[in-house]
Design a protein around this ligand. Structure first.
Ligand code: NDP
Ligand code: 8X3
Length: 253
């Protein structure tokens, strides 16, 4: 029987690259995101190229009712999820705490923490029923360190780091592996979202060094899912060679 992987936030960046590599490895896919057209494009591209079956589910991970409606009644064929990649997430703003925009804070906490929880609660029960599965959370170096202006984004990713470890303990008796990947700077739509469409500011983030690509992170996902059953690659910090910490870069400008 073919394996099934579910990737949240597969309309761009790391999620899209991960969906691509999983499809290339023969996984049937459940892909999710809010932008339906983008999801359809990904589906067409991957099913044409790799002949895999793809179920695309359009929902906002922040909306518990939408998540439950989309995932709560999957048919038996699609419930058989072997791998869940909790990738959907974002940073909004880089303001110091005193200047922080409370709407931005809520978007980050609701997406990165509560959204991940809503999805995980449902899918982990499908995995529990089969006593098998692998959940990979896309955390961040921001889940290990903090940087100026990173305050709430870093807190949300520190929460993901704590949840990964907590989930690993909780799901251990059910044979479910839980891992996380903590990337440094990856050139995706991440900074465009963080700076609310300001392309110049977003592009400047990646000037003067070679950032990670979404494919680099997807390769780490594939490394994790390809490990033998008795091996859990639990936590991977992956940085561009020119990045020393969350805020220290060797740039040639
Ligand atoms: P992108 O902006 O390219 O992709 C983000 C994905 O998340 C999109 O597919 C988006 O889909 C989805 N998403 C965002 N909000 C929601 C929501 N409310 N409901 C459903 N889906 C949502 O950024 P990246 O690929 O870089 O980000 C992926 C993950 O990697 C995030 O968790 C991010 O925090 C993390 N990360 C990124 C790093 C970087 O430097 N780029 C470094 C470390 C971690 P849509 O808009 O269609 O809903
Ligand atoms: C994204 C990386 O350093 O911008 O998680 O927070 S960082």
């Amino acid at each position: 029987m073919k394996k099934i992987a579910m990737v949240t936030g597969a309309t761009s960046g790391i999620g899209e690259a991960t969906a691509h590599k999983l499809a290339a490895a023969g996984y049937d896919l459940i892909i999710t995101g809010r932008r339906k057209e983008r999801l359809m494009e990904v589906t067409h591209r991957l099913s044409d190229k790799y002949g895999v079956d793809i179920l695309e589910l359009v929902f906002d991970v922040r909306d518990r009712n939408e998540v439950e409606k989309a995932l709560g009644n999957l048919d038996n064929r699609w419930k058989h999820i072997d791998v869940l990649v909790n990738n959907a997430g974002l940073a909004v703003g880089l303001d110091r705490i005193n200047d922080g925009n409370t709407d931005d804070w809520e978007r980050m906490i609701d997406t990165n923490v509560k959204g991940l929880l809503y999805v995980t609660r449902i899918i982990s029960n499908y995995m529990k029923d089969r006593s098998a599965g692998h959940i990979i959370n896309i955390c961040s170096i921001a889940g290990k360190e903090v940087y100026t202006g990173g305050n709430v984004y870093c807190a949300s990713k520190h929460a993901v780091d704590a949840l990964t470890r907590g989930m690993r303990l909780d799901l251990l008796p059910y044979g479910i592996k839980v891992s996380q990947i903590c990337p440094g700077a990856v050139e995706t739509e991440f900074s465009l979202v963080r700076f609310k469409g300001d392309k110049e500011r977003a592009d400047a983030v990646y000037k003067g060094f070679t950032p990670l690509s979404a494919d680099d992170v997807a390769d780490a996902v594939m490394f994790m899912v390809s490990a033998p059953a008795h091996v859990n690659i639990a936590d991977v910090l992956i940085l561009p060679s020119s990045q020393g910490s969350s805020s220290v870069f060797e740039k040639k400008l």
